[in-house]
Write a protein that binds this ligand. Structure first.
Ligand code: NAD
Ligand code: GLY
Length: 372
């Protein structure tokens, strides 16, 4: 049975997120029935080279059966496709197909395709609607909802982008069957992040469900996705453009996580493994600075372990990690900002002094030496 979550963001058209095995079959009918897309006649499916052979035919058939004239464009799989160059190729392809404002862009894939296609849709002819069809766990629980789109520059990730809410999100959990384990755990890390920031209800449900989620039980995954989408929708509704100090909570674990990814070399650890390490560090920092209890730190450690996200047996020079954090675009006026959980469901945003960060990074690095 499918689960429907309605995303209601002030000054935006509400949209549905449909979650369940097989919902892709109903994609065309749902899109055709959307009042905002009443005049849409053509659909462009944007997907990547891994996802296309698996799910493009089913997606295109569903749209065609609902009366859309369907085209597709396949970009190379991987973060490199989130570039102005690839965006340019998609814009040109759309123009060559003579796609007009009666078109809808359908993003079929993970967060890379979602961010790229959302960006292209929001800029082509000053904006055509986009429908998100996430096929990774991370995209289902995070990137397909909330409207951030973008591409990377040499100078950094996501430096050019827009806010463009989708008209509909179709999360077919059956597509997750083909997802590599590494990508699964990336989604699990974002679910854990959401649960810690959200509430006791989500956290303790996830603590009980963690082994089933790690084992990829379908029903458990659908519920974890729905809970994460409800959480993210609430956060985005409170702070659509990350200007009110609320949406930043979604960066929990990402401050150290991004630095770990950068210093270890991109791809050495999955994004999820790095974020989980960042959550472990931030919780310990919160115990020192924001009143988090050691019981909370231990409960979060247990949750991450159960989700298949063990502490990393890796460390780097504290000064190098601090420097990497300062290069991150989330740093403000040279100060590194952390999301610090006071407890499950309670958090604060804190600029932390370099000396304090270094002291905690040194303790973190020593703990790695003791384990090795
Ligand atoms: P991804 O899109 O690169 O997908 C990961 C890999 O899985 C790719 O190789 C892809 O081809 C493959 N894949 C996708 N679905 C598959 C399936 N069902 N079966 C088999 N293989 C499949 O990575 P991701 O983790 O989904 O997304 C990461 C991106 O999302 C980053 O660029 C990040 O910046 C962005 N992001 C955006 C937001 C947002 O709010 N917009 C939030 C979080 C992350
Ligand atoms: N994942 C970050 C955001 O949507 O704000």
């Amino acid at each position: 049975m499918a689960i429907k979550v309605i995303v209601n963001i002030p000054n935006e058209a509400p949209y549905d997120v449909r979650i369940g095995a097989g919902v892709l079959g109903g994609l065309g009918a749902h899109v055709a029935a959307l009042p905002a897309l009443a005049s849409a006649r053509r659909a462009l499916v944007v997907t990547d080279g891994n996802v296309a052979p698996l799910y493009a035919v089913r997606t295109k058939e569903s749209l065609a059966q609902a009366g859309f004239r369907v085209s597709d464009i396949v970009v190379p799989a991987g973060e490199e496709s989130k570039s102005l160059e690839v965006a340019g190729e998609v814009w040109e392809a759309m123009a060559a197909l003579a796609l007009g404002r009666d078109s809808v862009v359908v993003a079929l894939g993970g967060g890379v395709v979602g961010d790229l296609a959302g960006f292209v849709a929001s800029t082509y002819m000053r904006g055509v609607p986009v429908v998100q069809v996430p096929t990774t766990l991370l995209a289902m629980v995070d990137s397909s909802v909330g409207g951030k789109t973008g591409v990377n520059l040499e100078a950094g990730k996501n430096l050019v982008g827009t806010f463009k809410q989708p008209a509909y999100v179709c999360a077919d959990t059956a597509t997750l069957a083909t997802l590599p384990v590494r990508e699964w755990t990336c989604g699990c890390a974002e679910i854990a992040k959401s649960a810690v920031i959200d509430s006791d209800d989500f956290f303790f449900w996830l603590a009980d469900a963690a082994e089933a989620l790690a084992a990829r039980d379908e029903e458990t995954a659908a519920e974890a996705i729905a809970r994460s989408v409800v959480f993210k929708a609430d956060v985005v509704a409170a702070d659509k453009t990350e200007s009110r100090g609320v949406r930043e909570c979604l960066n929990y674990g990402h401050t150290l996580g991004h630095a770990v990814e950068a210093l270890a070399g991109y791809g050495t650890f999955s994004h999820g493994a790095a974020v989980a390490e960042g959550m472990r560090f931030a919780a310990r920092l919160a115990a020192a600075l924001a009143g988090a209890s050691l019981e909370f730190v231990a409960a979060q450690d247990d949750l991450l372990d159960a989700l298949g996200l063990p502490a990393l047996a890796w460390s780097a020079e504290p000064a190098d990690l601090l420097a990497a954090m300062k290069r991150d675009k989330k740093a403000r006026h040279g100060q590194v900002r952390f999301v610090l959980p006071r407890d499950v469901g309670s958090w604060e945003l804190r600029d932390v002094d370099d000396a304090v960060i270094l002291e905690h990074l040194e303790a973190w690095a020593r703990s790695k030496e003791e384990c090795s």
